[in-house]
Design a protein around this ligand. Sequence first.
Ligand code: GTR
Length: 386
Amino acid sequence: LASVLLSFELIAQNYDESKVPSYILPDVLESQNKMKIANVKDWESIRRPEILALFEENVYGIMPKKFDNSNFKIKNENKLSMNGKAHLKELEISVSNNNQTVIINLVLFVPTRAKKPAATFLLINNRGKNNTSPTRDTISGFWPAEQVIDAGYAVAAFHVNDAAPDDKNNYRNGVLRLYPEQLKADNGMKAIGAWAWAASRIMDYFEKDKDVDASKVILTGHSRGGKASLWAAAQDTRFAMCVTNCSGNTGAALSRRRFGETVKVINTTFPHWFADNYKKFNDNESALPLDQHMLVSLIAPRPVYVTNASEDLWADPVGTFKSVKEAEKVYELYNVKSGLPQSIPAINMPFVKPPLAYHIREGKHDMTFYDWAQFIKTADLYFNRQ
Ligand code: GTR
């Protein structure tokens, strides 16, 4: 019966722009005690920490900052992979706390010919591990390592299941073993928080690898991985740039529009993704003290590349673009001008200029060679590599 009810609800989602409810977005530049935020100092000392705390408390859960120790071990190395174009390192990043250890496996290719340390794309892989094959027996647009290496970047990936299995019965068997108190708290993190936490542990490793320029890491994620890439980059300012591909509800799309996936649907289908507190906002988005434009804003002044796909209305392209536009206000505080157009660009007309880049690609919910080619253009512009 539950699944019948759920599928009924999924069918009942709104895809009609004229049925989007009227809503008022919380002002990213007004603090909770109604203070207007007009400069970087007030943003960084008052409003930014306040918004981070609101997302922790109400959406993604607490992000634990401490652990007992961590170790990095090279499991396998090949200095002549990809026909000599890349140096492959396969690593185990183990982190211990509470007498428990979690191991995150990292695949890293460093371009042999490009200047080192290299700017690096790191993917939070939420799909099959074959997409990030170290032997390159599978080559897919989801993680087109050859294309990224040819552009002169290092390219790395870890799989979400190493941090928290993407399954409501098993998500506890990973990072959460290190932080059992999180499981008891209404504001405890769950799988998406754990994936974001793992991305930061990989950043800890990058800071120690002389081949990687840790000041130029582009954290990339698709869909549920793109929700995690935003949350990780919002928390951890060591990430220089964020890519959030088709991240949709509780990613870059505005929740209040209730277009496509809603908070209730996501919390019902994926009860293991967000803090329990988030369920209070099922069918009650207007009570949220935040919306997702504020998550994008937390990454300012660093660049964010946001995408949609034309056949992926579930992820609300219009609501995603509106969210990114709202975030412009915070970039303006930093005097970083966004050149985004007023309304959503036409399909396959990427706007790649940092700090806020956006495209809607023709086709399905996916991440492709085409998408990556655009991310590389933005990174080239931002890091002056063109
Ligand atoms: C869907 C989910 C979306 C998105 C997607 C994905 O089923 O409703 O929020 O995360 O999965 O990760 O591909």
